[in-house]
Design a binder for this molecule. Sequence first.
Ligand SMILES: Nc1ncnc2c1ncn2[C@@H]1O[C@H](COP(=O)(O)OP(=O)(O)OP(=O)(O)O)[C@@H](O)[C@H]1O
Length: 235
Amino acid sequence: MKFVIEHLTKHFEKKEVLHDINFTFEEGKIYGLLGRNGAGKTTLFNCLNRDIKKDSGRFYLELDGTLRESVPEDIGYVLSTPTVPEFLTGREFLKFFLEINERSVQSTKSIDEYFEYMKIAPDDRDKLLKDYSHGMKNKMQMLINIIAQPNILLLDEPLTSLDVVVAEEMKQLLRSLKRGRITIFSTHIMDLALDLCDEIVLLSHGELEEVEKSDLDSHAFKEKIIAALREDGYE
Ligand SMILES: Nc1ncnc2c1ncn2[C@@H]1O[C@H](COP(=O)(O)OP(=O)(O)OP(=O)(O)O)[C@@H](O)[C@H]1O
């Protein structure tokens, strides 16, 4: 499977944020998306998830040589600010999600097994989501996206609010989930990107560009990324 973006462009009024993006993502890889503040990472994700309208361009999946438009079920999107129905308990939310997606989702675990899997303590499972911490809400959002098994998983700085232990567990989880799908992960934490991701992609001047690692050691690779990103700023 490949996910192909062609000529994707997005303006906000006069400001061009995405400039004729052409890029092909490949199955089985985690892509680290890096870019300066305001470079357009969230805008890119919002366009790909069809939360906002693109100006032009298209994106599609290539599966066994056939092309098709991506549909909502293809994409899972974990936002940096988790959005969960605050008036439900964790258990109610998960139950509701599994029920409404009964046909499309093959649920292999019981609700408590899912909570175990995400290391959400028994005491927290029947609490209202409004009383969950930011990191716990993030875990719930990650969980429903994992259960849905999308072809493409978009993660917008999802590990930033997690404690070091949970962040490490999430990294392991994402590594274990990468087969058979495309994972695109935006972050400002370079070490995390280098540790977790198979490829580093920069969003710079409104375009996507893969950073070749070739035979650079990790220090030289970091320097190369910072130099490229610096060009996209004001200094
Ligand atoms: N709804 C909107 N209306 C107008 N301008 C917007 C809107 N959303 C984003 N922008 C602008 O588009 C540009 C890209 O924003 P975006 O949030 O995509 O960047 P980002 O790379 O995710 O930034 P950060 O790393 O700081 O989170 C910014 O200049 C921002 O002000």
